[in-house]
Design a protein around this ligand. Sequence first.
Ligand code: KG4
Ligand code: ZN
Length: 357
Amino acid sequence: MLVLGIETTCDETAAAVIERQPDGSGKILSNIVYSQTDDHAPYGGVVPEIAARAHIDLLDGIVGRAMKDADVNFAQLSGVAAAAGPGLIGGVIVGLTTAKAIAMVHDTPLVAVNHLEAHALTPRLTTALAFPYCLFLVSGGHTQIVAVLGVGQYVRLGTTVDDAMGEAFDKVAKMLGLPYPGGPQVERAASGGDPKRFAFPRPMLGRPDANFSLSGLKTAVRNEASRLIPLEEQDIADLCASFQAAALESTADRLSVGLKLFEAQFGPSHALVAAGGVASNQAIRGALQAVAAKAQTTLIIPPPALCTDNGAMIAWAGAERLALGLTDTMEAPPRARWLLDADAKAPAGHSKSRAAY
Ligand code: KG4
Ligand code: ZN
């Protein structure tokens, strides 16, 4: 089956066409991603109104290119999928409305995809991976350990009680004067720094639950940075390296607990899978390798270009749902908030609105 996927939940305008075989394997026929980084850089972060307007300007052309590169016409599509949330509502409306228009005009099924589900299922596009598996979903808005039991079947095992991991990377970058978007900049600076110069806290280490906390670590970096002002280049590199080392050690500990919780409830995991923008960080890959080896499971991380937001992951999630006969109507709503595990309860100390985001 051929599926067009559209992604507009944040600051990437993206469209892709994928092909799914009856045996469950997949192939990317085209994958066009326009990152609006330059539009938002002057403001140090994503400006929702600018993002929504840019999606309107760009999306038709990006969809056209994705179809052309795949050498596919609309009549050949088995369905059209769009990320219907969670995300910035203006952008979500643009992508979902475009998908609805294509579905209506070409009389093809619509799939309203949860952006988080798309991250969760992406490893099955690049690898023959069976359910169930333990997912570390780590992006700018989310830091969760999730048991992926099947398409549409997710159980949250742990989550952040404050900042998301990508958000912490972005905030650290900003306080150190590194350009937006911060995550990759922190990784780059860290590669030339001393991870032992600053003994930052390792949040939640040794706790029996699998939750994360990053705001204390972020504050520790801020305090150290204020103490050192004016910051030399080496100070910034050392702060980044020490921050990243603390975040990674905490992550490794939280994931070890998450894998144990997974096994106790669902048996051995087929793999430890990481997805979301932060999973493109090479140092995180190294840390997760050790966690997976200790738990005697395999580590699977999609290639970096499929970890950060893209259309192929939306098309693939759409194909996985279509293969099960799951489609949506023209009434499918755009959603700013959309939990992956609909029945999940927010962890203690977690305000409802943040949990939902
Ligand atoms: O999944 P994604 O592209 O968008 C969201 O759904 O949030 O993730 C973006 C996040 C940003 O916070 C970005 O700084 C972070 O992922 N990120 C990284 C790296 N590349 C992207 N964080 C740390 N190291 C990286 N190499
Ligand atoms: Zn994402």
